[in-house]
Design a protein around this ligand. Structure first.
Ligand SMILES: [Ca+2]
Length: 476
């Protein structure tokens, strides 16, 4: 083990950030899923803190990941929208992630999209701070040279660059159940394929994968822990689940035969179980090497479940693409033995922005000097050393959607539909009762806060068509 002068290296914890793709608030049993028991993810909550009001910074993959990885509102560097969705952006952008037809944009346009090098992500910070860094799974933060994981702080990367990659390429194999569950399945060139950007690359080199992809990424993450068990490591396990294309090992599917009669719902929940077991394998590996006591584990999802899918956003309205709670409120858990009291339930609003400052602080990893983070170190709040709340306000903006969360109140904006609404999330978590007329002063205060925040942002660095095709299918 490397030791520095103070011996500090001995106690600096490892960090594992586990990200789910499109998992809804209600998909884990510790967040109310009654169909299945997600034993391992629930155990993280039992051993650490479960956030009831944890948010991602966007209801969409790339921008949400840009906020998570930098600890800054992604709009601060123009990263409001998806970097790309097509497996073959060099041909054309046939469809966008919302399912709508987008303008034709060539490869040159896509190559310039990503997190500017002036912003440091968690991989870069932890590498600088003396950690071994690895990312396994979905990247989706740009595929121009300067945006690739191997050029942005990750010692080891086994990833696909695009939005989704098929879990299992042999569709005739009876051991895997493949189900078409929503709009995603109709995306030409982006779903049910592992081509173009969705091929698997190890440190930038194309590799063939015959295994079930989630298990392949799990095993690479396990290898990474094994390889660096004597050192300090930062592991970003960016799982390609439970997002469609929905393919799941039949053993999981059959297990739910009697409990869940609906085939799509059964398949989706089976995938949640497979995902939970992948997390369980990581936990077992930590225990095997006696690393569990000195490893911080963060689990969160990047955005809510699309409303067209058989997943659950709990009681919330909306879902992926919009800034109603269903799109942005996430299952969010942190386990840190010895520092966070087991079984803590924290109810004040927190954000994926907080992950970077929290883990960097825990590991004495220096931050990007001169750059103001939007996230806060959550530990003093969780340990009740700091009273009050980490955030007075949280903001969202994506295409025509925006929102502000301020205490129990939420301003919701859908500019395409001319909607500006005020909800009290404590009494009305489903965002049904607009109180803008009952509390006009508060309403205008939040509108003004949003205006000031939006005015503080630079122009977005690129535009995507963000249509209403699917949003119009919204249950509201
Ligand atoms: Ca996503």
């Amino acid at each position: 083990m490397q030791q520095n002068k103070s011996g500090q290296e001995k106690t600096r914890p490892n960090v594992i950030v586990i990200l789910a793709d499109d998992m809804g608030y209600g998909d884990l049993s510790c967040y109310g899923n009654h169909w299945i028991t997600t034993t391992h993810l629930d155990s993280l909550a039992a051993d650490g803190v479960r956030f009831t009001d944890g948010y991602s910074t966007a209801p969409l993959c790339s921008p949400s990941r840009a906020g998570l990885m930098t600890g800054r509102y992604q709009q601060r560097f123009g990263f409001e929208l998806q970097v790309s969705s097509g497996a073959f952006p060099e041909r054309k952008e046939v469809r966008l992630d919302d399912g709508s037809l987008g303008p034709i944009q060539g490869e040159e346009e896509f190559l310039r999209r990503g997190i500017p090098v002036t912003e440091l992500n968690m991989g870069e910070l932890f590498k600088r701070g003396g950690y071994k860094t690895g990312v396994f799974g979905k990247w989706h933060l740009g595929h121009g040279d300067s945006f690739l994981p191997q050029n942005r702080g990750f010692d080891k990367s086994t990833v696909f660059y695009g939005n989704t990659s098929i879990q299992y390429t042999d569709l005739d194999d009876p051991s895997i159940v493949s189900l078409k569950v929503d709009f995603h399945d109709e995306l030409i060139n982006t779903a049910w394929t592992r081509a173009g950007l969705n091929e698997i690359r190890e440190n930038g080199k194309l590799i063939d994968v015959d295994e079930y992809l989630l298990h392949f990424f799990r095993d690479r993450a396990l290898d990474f822990i094994e390889e660096h068990k004597e050192e300090r490591f930062f592991l970003y396990f960016s799982m390609n689940a439970p997002v469609p294309p929905l393919q799941v090992p039949r053993s999981y599917f059959d297990r739910l035969k009697t409990e869940i009669p609906n085939i799509n719902q059964r398949g989706y929940n089976a995938l949640l179980l497979a995902q939970d077991d992948a997390v369980g394998a990581l936990l077992a590996k930590l225990t095997e090497h006696n690393l569990d006591e000195n490893t911080i584990i963060v689990f969160v999802s990047d955005n809510g479940c699309a409303e067209s899918r058989p997943g659950s956003n709990g009681i919330f309205s909306g879902g992926k693409f919009n800034t109603l709670e269903g799109g942005i409120r996430m299952p969010f858990i942190i386990k840190w033995p010895g520092q966070i009291q087991p079984g803590t339930v924290y109810e004040k609003p927190v954000s994926t922005l907080d992950i970077l400052p929290t883990v960097a602080n825990a590991c004495s990893v220096p931050l990007n000097e001169g750059v103001q983070l939007d996230g806060r170190n959550l530990l003093p709040f969780l340990q009740k050393k700091k009273m009050g709340q980490p955030h007075e306000d949280l903001f969202w903006k994506i295409a025509h959607f925006a929102a502000v969360r301020s205490g129990d109140w939420k301003l919701y904006v859908d500019r395409n539909r001319g909607l500006k609404q005020l909800f009290n999330l404590k009494d009305d978590p489903e965002e049904r009762i607009d109180q803008s007329n009952i509390h006009p002063d508060l309403f205008s205060t939040l509108l003004e806060k949003l205006r000031i925040w939006e005015n503080s942002l630079p122009k977005k660095a690129w535009s995507n068509y963000y249509g209403n095709t699917l949003i119009s299918k919204s249950k509201r």
